[in-house]
Design a protein around this ligand. Structure first.
Ligand SMILES: O=P(O)(O)O[C@H]1O[C@H](CO)[C@@H](O[C@H]2O[C@H](CO)[C@@H](O)[C@H](O)[C@H]2O)[C@H](O)[C@H]1O
Length: 698
């Protein structure tokens, strides 16, 4: 076959493009993203555009399967490794939008070290948000950096200036980014550059701050790369920072022979508030079953006047949406909720799904329960504990959707009565999909709802419950008493893989847990555990009686003797030897010092004594910086040399720093990094100091 003769003019065209005469003319380069005939070419083009890597994004929970947690009014801080090939300048932005909407708000990300970038953006509302990262090659920034180096080295930069002008011209022509105003200004700049003939004038314009700002705002984003869309749920602040007080409403009459009422609880509100708590939590307030009712001290035989365990929910009087008749009416309950609000307290209720054998649902919906071949229902247990007075529902088979809807409606019902905080009993014995669905359904209408998971179970199960939506989690704190185990546990909870999903609520005791440490520590131990709980975690709680140093136990067990779970008690709320002053102090400090309103900002410092836990909490800007030293040995005085973290303020080891003792109110100065402390449990087993940064007001 004879080769075709090149057309006239083709040789000239080939010369201009340095193409050998006769070689086929290449088709005009296509715009990226323009349709290609061959799908393989389209794939290649797409691949070729991926010049930016966005990796190791944090937070990104299980590859984006679950939303991260944050607080409305606070910030979402995101980090990622972002880099490209070669030396071009890279830029990146953090993107945010309310979930279900399309327009993104942007915040700049900045490089801080080793290709690691950081960005932060405010989460204005209590709701679910989408977030992502965009990154791109910034050709104009690259050009400026390169040309200024050449200029500095005295090299000729005529061609470079022309290249810079072309970048601006392209940006002005593109006109897809920035505001109308910025696009107009970019066109003006382009015109000025075209009009200017003097190299120096054009260079000055290109290197000016205005050009840099305009190109940043309205210039093109080359090789723009987007990370996948992730989600974050911004809770209301109480999800991350709250002090809980738990009491049994029926024990509030002051007379063990009289069942307490909601009005008795109203009378106790000033006491709870004066101690500085913000959440008042009640175990179940519903009618209690009679079948297999438990007697005092968990006995399997109840006397006629035994009130039974409040967790045995449901009787002839009603189930999960009914109120125990001796506590009062629904109207009385609403009055209590309103009165609590007037005292600055929020009521939290228990959401315990189990039913007593007398619960109306068993008759109305037998398909929601697990029947055995002999026609009986299996009793509940949380091995090794046995709960002979309750049965669990069955979540599958014919229970979908009826039971799921009924349980959701129970939560909705209590929300209608003004309650939006729920402590959920034993969530780990119910299916994960159920909780994810229920919490999602409730939050869609009530983003203010807070769910505390009472799941004392395997660590990974606890973490999964947090990931699927529980706002707070009971923790192992109750059993961590030694220096090393406390430090290790806090380190685990604040690690990257946990801090964005699980918010621990450090309860010092519960109606189910009378910790061995407290049984044997005397008053000093109560002060120790209180200070640890209130200062290590954002959320903490006490079960009433703790402030009175109540420790009487069922021998050999972590159970309270004569537990209120099975009988009505009357208490002397001014019992001598109480720790109410310590409770008031820590709750007041928590309110006044922002460093105490987070739990991820903890650092353990050196105090050379294994009985002294020494740690600090601070805000990012160091304006609130507190130090805590706690003698974990409730029986013996302990002393230690310890390090004042002067380095956190950029101070040398021999510097002086002003200190406020937050217990006594005194002010003094520490000279040098190593100091000495002495903590006698008979006087006070803890010290709390505020470091005053140099130059800051006292
Ligand atoms: O199983 P957990 O240790 O997580 O404890 C929680 O759930 C228990 C079952 O609801 C509950 O136990 C109490 O109520 C039971 C039912 O009435 C009763 O049989 C138990 O004796 C009683 O302790 C526990 O209080 C709750 O925190």
């Amino acid at each position: 076959m004879t080769p075709k003769k090149p057309k006239a003019g083709a040789a000239e065209a080939a010369r201009k493009t340095r193409r050998p005469p006769g070689a086929a003319a290449r088709s005009r380069p296509r715009r990226p993203g323009a349709a290609t005939a061959d799908p393989a070419d389209a794939r290649l083009e797409a691949l070729a555009a991926e010049r930016i890597a966005i990796e190791a994004v944090s937070p990104e929970i299980d590859g984006g399967r679950f939303p991260a947690k944050a607080v409305a009014g606070g910030h979402l801080a995101v980090e990622a490794d972002i880099f490209g090939d070669g030396h071009d300048a890279i830029d990146a932005a953090l993107l945010l939008r309310p979930a279900g909407t399309t327009a993104w708000t942007e915040a700049p990300m900045v490089l801080f070290d080793n290709d690691r970038w950081h960005g932060s953006i405010t989460l204005p509302e209590n709701r679910l948000y989408d977030y992502s990262i965009a990154a791109w090659r910034d050709l104009f920034a690259s050009w400026r950096s390169e040309v200024s180096k050449k200029y500095g080295a005295g090299l000729a930069i005529g061609l470079e200036i022309e290249e810079g002008c072309r970048l601006v011209a392209k940006a002005a022509a593109d006109g897809t980014r920035g505001t109308a105003e910025q696009r107009k200004a970019l066109k003006r700049l382009d015109r000025e550059l075209r009009a200017g003939t003097a190299e120096g004038d054009r260079f000055a314009l290109l290197m000016g701050d205005d050009a840099a700002a305009l190109m940043h705002q309205a210039g093109p984003r080359t090789n723009l790369t987007r990370h996948k869309v992730l989600q974050v749920f911004a809770d209301r602040p109480a999800a991350a920072f709250s002090a809980w007080y738990e009491l049994m409403p029926r024990s509030q009459s002051g007379d063990a022979g009289r069942h307490g009422t909601f009005d008795d609880v109203v009378a106790r509100l000033p006491y709870v508030r004066e101690l500085g708590f913000d959440v008042l939590y009640f175990p179940p307030i519903h009618p209690i079953g009679r079948t297999n009712r438990k007697g005092r001290n968990n006995s399997l035989i109840a006397e006629a006047d035994d009130p039974g365990s409040p967790y045995a929910i449901g009787a002839a009087e009603g189930g999960h949406d009914a109120i125990h008749p001796e506590l009062g009416s629904l109207e009385d309950f609403r009055r209590l909720v309103a009165a609590a609000r007037d005292h600055g307290l929020e009521i939290a209720l228990d959401f315990a799904i189990q039913c007593s054998p007398d619960h109306p649902w068993i008759r109305q919906h037998p398909e929601w329960f697990d029947w055995r071949p002999d026609g009986t229902i299996k009793f509940a247990e949380n091995p090794p504990k046995k709960y002979e007075d309750i049965v669990n529902v069955h979540f599958y088979r014919d229970a979908i959707p009826g039971l799921w809807h009924a349980l959701r409606d129970v939560v909705r019902f209590w929300i209608e009565q003004g309650v939006t905080i729920f402590r959920v009993d034993n969530p780990h014995t119910k299916p994960f999909p159920f909780w994810e669905w229920l919490i999602g359904e409730i939050r869609a209408q009530h983003p203010e709802a807070i769910f505390l998971a009472e799941a004392f179970t395997r660590p990974k199960v606890m973490k999964r419950l947090a990931k699927i939506g529980f706002s707070q989690s009971y923790s192992y704190f109750t059993w961590r008493n030694h220096k090393q185990e406390l430090a290790e546990y806090l380190t685990e909870l604040t690690r990257e893989d946990c801090r964005h999903t699980m918010r621990p609520n450090f309860f010092v005791n519960t109606p189910d847990i009378n910790p061995y440490y407290l049984q044997h520590s005397g008053r000093a131990g109560f002060r120790v555990r209180l200070v640890l709980a209130a200062t290590l975690a954002g959320n903490y709680g006490i079960y009433s009686g703790f402030e009175l140093c109540e420790a009487a136990a069922v021998p050999g067990k972590e159970e309270y003797l004569n537990s209120e779970k099975y009988e009505i008690r009357a208490w002397d709320w001014d019992r001598p030897g109480n720790v109410k002053d310590d409770v008031r102090l820590v709750n007041d400090l928590r309110r006044r010092h922002p460093a105490l309103q987070d739990f991820t900002n903890i650092a353990f410092y050196n105090a050379w004594n294994d009985s002294i836990l020494y740690y600090g909490k601070r805000t990012a800007d160091l304006s609130s910086f507190l130090l805590f030293a706690v003698n974990l040995d409730p029986h013996n005085a302990q002393g230690a040399h310890f390090e004042v973290p002067l380095w956190e303020f950029g101070l040398p080891d021999e510097a002086a720093i002003e200190v406020e003792d937050l217990v006594t109110g005194s002010h003094f100065t520490w000279h040098g990094k190593v100091q000495h402390l002495w903590l006698d449990p008979r006087q006070r087993p803890y010290a709390i100091w505020r470091l005053i940064p140099p130059g800051a007001p006292r």
